[in-house]
Design a protein around this ligand. Structure first.
Ligand code: SME
Length: 154
């Protein structure tokens, strides 16, 4: 039996709840979330976090190949999500002006802002080798996951 995408995010939510139980350290929780996402969601080549530091996005915990360390707000897909404080889905990164290519295998991308008391504290970024990998169900599942991560962490 194949599990639907929303079913997969429900399963992830319960795994995430046990992973985060009782721990408030944001770095530790983000590290486990990136591992959970990378190993549970199909067809990804990168999953991880950038956190706002001194007005820039700075690389946080991730799974995948080494990535660029600093991204200006407004630059690339991550910077676009950060400046709009909105989820950005890019079906084909090669058609996105200013896309920052960290891994040449990436063809599509989703960036979800991390908001704490209405302030941007970072972004969650997922890359896929498939064109058009991410849709509204991914946005919904990842936004819920990001919200819980921020609520439980500090
Ligand atoms: N592609 C991103 C950069 C981060 S990597 O994908 C990990 C961007 O354009 O912002």
């Amino acid at each position: 039996m194949t599990v639907s995408k929303t079913g997969l995010y429900e399963q992830l939510a319960s795994q995430r709840s046990s992973l985060l139980a009782g721990e408030r350290d944001l770095t530790a929780n983000a590290a486990n979330c990136s591992a959970l996402l990378f190993h549970s969601l199909p067809d990804l080549n990168w999953a991880g976090f950038y956190f706002v530091k001194d007005g820039e996005l700075v690389l946080g915990p991730f799974q995948g190949k080494p990535a660029c360390v600093r991204i200006r707000v407004g630059q690339g897909v991550c910077g676009a999500g950060a400046s709009k404080c909105e989820t950005v889905i890019v079906p084909n990164v090669h058609e996105f002006p200013g896309h920052i290519a960290c891994d040449s295998a990436s063809n599509s991308e989703i960036v979800v802002p991390l908001m704490k008391r209405e302030r941007l504290i970072g972004v969650l970024d997922l890359d896929s080798p498939s064109i058009g990998r991410f849709d509204a169900d991914d946005a919904d599942g990842l936004e819920k996951l990001a919200k819980i991560l921020i609520e439980v962490s500090g």
